[in-house]
Ligand binder design. Structure first.
Ligand SMILES: Nc1ncnc2c1ncn2[C@@H]1O[C@H](COP(=O)(O)OP(=O)(O)OP(=O)(O)O)[C@@H](O)[C@H]1O
Length: 373
């Protein structure tokens, strides 16, 4: 398995820069996600690594080898796309065996051999060499598709088709697995199951994996590390917990999870805590900033919603419930505090009533949970 290093990668399309100064250092066996909104350059980064796009400048290495000059086939990357990209007229087994066969056919008269192979496939006379037969059987068993081996891929469910695509990539024993929004076409429930399947396979095989997604929950739940991209740049790289607790910009705080982001003004510190004026309230934070105008970031789960003040908080506000959303294990409240509406998450306790709109509440936030950017 290979590490993937990208150095100072830029990409222009007709003079328009879509990637600028992308630097990645992906470790061997790591599950690495590229996360960002639509159009931020995730797929282009991936396509440069796979060899489908030529970088305008920059160096890409797999292991020790610079791969800029190699064709996609020579790069030893397996690819899985959102659209599956399977052959609908072939059965599962043939789809998975296809690339292994094509690789073997390399050499003289490839086109003629491929034409013969396709004819054999069409007439169902194809007979695979023993080693290919075994490899395909093993991988199909691994992704739990053995019983579907003879079915046309067009007759399978989305999740099964994506497992065929995964098997087809893995059977080539690639050094790096590149996955571009592989779960986007699946419904919510299947997406969750497939997340676990992909993560388990990745951990089993310890295959270096780059996973492109615009879904922060997907990236955060699957990846060892995540690069957050926006407008052709990488804003921050970190573990999911890193990004969640120490977002470097308001964009990341907002994109990775839900945040209350409120503009404030720094006052003089008190008792070792930063003091920030927000409207006619002050908020205290252990976080520091070396500028006057700051963004105050508070995660919804860090706002304690109390019907009466039962505990002393360094930060305590009066608010009024505007709206309550029951989300299963949590209840999310929109709460009016002065001129702002804050979002607060509370654990749902069965048997306890959800607070109604109009209820007056006290909010408590510990200074450790107030982040300044
Ligand atoms: N072949 C191309 N020619 C011109 N512009 C392109 C080409 N491919 C991509 N772009 C542009 O480059 C930018 C980045 O696109 P890219 O597909 O990499 O973004 P993305 O983050 O993967 O978005 P999505 O999640 O929507 O796929 C976009 O503005 C897109 O329009």
């Amino acid at each position: 398995m290979g590490s993937v290093v990208v150095e100072k990668l830029t990409k222009d399309f007709s003079g328009v820069t879509v990637l600028q100064n992308i630097n990645l250092d992906i470790k061997e066996g790591e599950f690495f996600a590229l996360l960002g909104p639509s159009g931020c350059g995730k797929t282009t980064t991936m396509r440069c690594i796979a060899g489908f796009e030529k970088p305008t400048s920059g160096v890409i290495r797999i292991g020790e080898k610079v791969i800029n000059g190699l064709t996609p086939n020579q790069r030893n990357c397996g690819m899985v796309f959102q659209s599956y990209a399977l052959f609908p007229h072939m059965n599962v087994f043939d789809n998975v065996a296809y690339s292994l066969n094509v690789k073997r056919l390399k050499g003289s008269n490839v086109l003629k051999k491929m034409a013969t192979y396709t004819r054999m496939l069409n007439s169902r006379l194809v007979k695979y060499p023993k080693d290919i037969e075994k490899k395909v059987r093993d991988i199909l068993e691994y992704v739990e598709l053995t019983e579907h081996a003879k079915k046309l891929t067009s007759a399978l469910s989305g999740g099964q088709q994506q497992r065929v695509a995964l098997a087809r990539a893995l059977v080539m024993e690639p050094e790096v697995l590149l996955m571009d929004e592989p779960l986007s076409n699946l419904d919510q429930k299947l997406r969750h199951t497939m997340r676990n399947t992909i993560r388990k396979i990745q951990q089993d095989l310890k295959i270096t994996t780059i996973f492109v997604t615009h879904d922060q929950e997907e990236a955060m739940s699957m990846a060892d590390r995540v690069a957050v991209m926006n407008e052709g740049e990488i804003l921050q790289i970190g573990t999911p917990t890193d990004l969640y607790s120490n977002p470097r910009t308001p964009f990341i705080a907002d994109f990775v999870g839900t945040s209350n982001i409120i503009p404030g003004e720094m006052l003089d510190p008190e008792d070792g805590l930063s003091v920030i004026q927000i409207g006619n309230q002050v908020v205290k934070s252990v976080s520091t900033a070396d500028k006057k105008a700051v963004q105050v970031i508070i995660r919804p789960e860090n706002i304690n919603v109390l019907k009466e003040e039962s505990k002393e908080y360094d930060n305590s506000f009066e608010g009024e419930i505007l709206f309550a959303t029951y989300l299963g294990s949590i209840v999310r409240y929109d709460i009016k505090v002065g001129d702002y509406t804050l979002t607060a998450d509370t654990t749902y306790e069965s048997g306890k009533n959800i607070l109604k709109a109009g209820t007056s509440v006290k909010l408590g936030v510990s200074p450790e949970r107030v982040l300044l950017i």
